[in-house]
Design a protein around this ligand. Structure first.
Ligand SMILES: Nc1ncnc2c1ncn2[C@@H]1O[C@H](COP(=O)(O)OP(=O)(O)O)[C@@H](O)[C@H]1O
Ligand SMILES: [Mg+2]
Length: 380
């Protein structure tokens, strides 16, 4: 079932945490809500879950408005960052509790009396097999008799997911579920959660402030800033064709290099000491921002062939790649260039290097932060 948000607004006093959000989440997709801390991600997720009521706008699930539907009746499973497992119960018991509450009647749940109802045995059997199946999918079968205290962070995480899974929810809602884990485990769990999504084929709505997490895990990502969704698209398109300067700078690490530019009288875009080959598809006036990702710049040896010069301030060694940090000759702009180890052999801090730009990969943004469409120039 699709989940649809229409013109959703949430104000806390005079502050707007969610500002007119329209979003359609397709059945079965892995959608991440990504943006810097405080941009309204958790508030939006809690509105979907029904844990927070919106100031205005509407949420619907499978075409039905759920604005008046209680959280427990929306059939969404929220997986919290703190796993909220019962410490005194085994993993199996932790996973059983929500199903007992949902599937058994009050009398069937009674300690001794409940056993008098034959229906209880049938239902408990069904619950048991659901748990065994979920445990197998999550590869926690061998942990079912342990207590949460005897599990690692990653295992506890899986139990929390398992407990949500057995209810077969319409969607899983996850709010920064990996942020309590150490860096190595976090990277491992990304793969696990993606794999889980592939095997369950259920909708996942996943909140994170970590753009790398969003890029690696999502079918689509919604980039949020200041309560608004700036762009919703596949990770590839968000990275290659950011619609907005703020999206361009938030997604990608290291950040995109941004240089000030302007459109000259012939309609060409000038930046630093060079002009771009491409020109705006529609006439543009005045100032623009010209963006190059670090992989769209290259160190150029020898004389000539470069677009600007760079004074090296830092050599960042990532093993297979280097990032060369430096200042553009005018001293006003910092820049990061990706290079191979071979290209930077013998390069030292303080050196001046020529840098070439892959000009056709540049992205240009106008006054309102919106990306400007470019086309090949007439001189080409
Ligand atoms: N219960 C609340 N009362 C007042 N302000 C809140 C409340 N919850 C969130 N906010 C504010 O709303 C904004 C968005 O918060 P949140 O949704 O938690 O952001 P994120 O999850 O993206 O970090 C923040 O400025 C935050 O301080
Ligand atoms: Mg949050």
């Amino acid at each position: 079932m699709d989940i649809k948000l229409e013109r959703v607004v949430k104000s806390f006093g005079s502050a707007t945490a969610v500002d007119h959000v329209d979003l359609q989440i397709k059945a079965g997709e892995f959608l991440t809500l990504v943006g810097p801390s405080g941009c309204g991600k958790s508030t939006l997720l809690r509105i979907i879950a029904g844990l927070e009521s919106q100031t205005s706008g509407s949420v619907s699930i499978g075409g039905d408005a759920v604005d008046a539907v209680r959280p427990s009746e929306r059939n969404l499973a929220m997986v919290f960052q703190s796993y909220a497992l019962y410490p005194h119960l085994s993993v199996r018991e932790n996973m059983t509790v929500p199903l007992r509450l949902r599937d058994l009647s009050a009398v069937e749940r009674m300690p001794l009396l409940g056993n008098l109802f034959p229906s209880r045995a049938t239902k408990m059997h069904a619950i048991r097999s659901k748990i065994d199946q979920a445990a197998e999918t999550l590869q926690i079968s061998h942990l079912l008799e342990r207590k949460p205290g005897e599990l690692s962070g990653g295992q506890r995480q899986r139990v929390a997911v398992g407990r949500a899974m057995v209810r077969q929810p319409t969607a899983f809602l996850m709010d920064e579920p990996l942020s309590n884990l150490d860096a190595a485990l976090r990277v491992h769990m990304r793969t696990e959660i993606s794999g889980l999504h592939r095997s369950l084929k259920t909708t996942f709505i996943y909140v994170t402030h970590d753009q790398a997490e969003a890029l690696t895990m999502s079918s689509r990502m919604a980039v949020m800033m200041d309560g608004q969704i700036l762009q919703v698209d596949t990770p590839e398109r968000i990275y290659r064709n950011p619609a907005d300067l703020r999206v361009a700078q938030f997604v990608g690490s290291p950040r995109m290099n941004i240089f000030p530019g302007e459109v000259d009288s012939l309609g060409r875009i000038q930046t630093l000491e060079f002009s771009l080959d491409h020109v705006p598809s529609e006439p543009v006036q005045g100032n623009v921002s010209v963006g190059f990702r670090p992989e769209h710049l290259r160190i150029v040896n020898g004389s000539g062939g470069h677009d600007f010069t760079l004074k090296v301030t830092h050599k960042e060694n990532l093993g297979a790649d280097y990032f060369i940090h430096g200042a553009v000759a005018d001293g006003n702009h910092q820049v990061i260039v990706r290079a191979t180890p071979e290209e930077v052999t013998g390069v030292s801090i303080g050196d001046e290097l020529g840098v070439g730009c892959y000009k056709s990969s540049s992205l240009v943004f106008g006054d309102s932060n919106k990306r400007i469409d470019l086309r090949p120039g007439l001189t080409q």
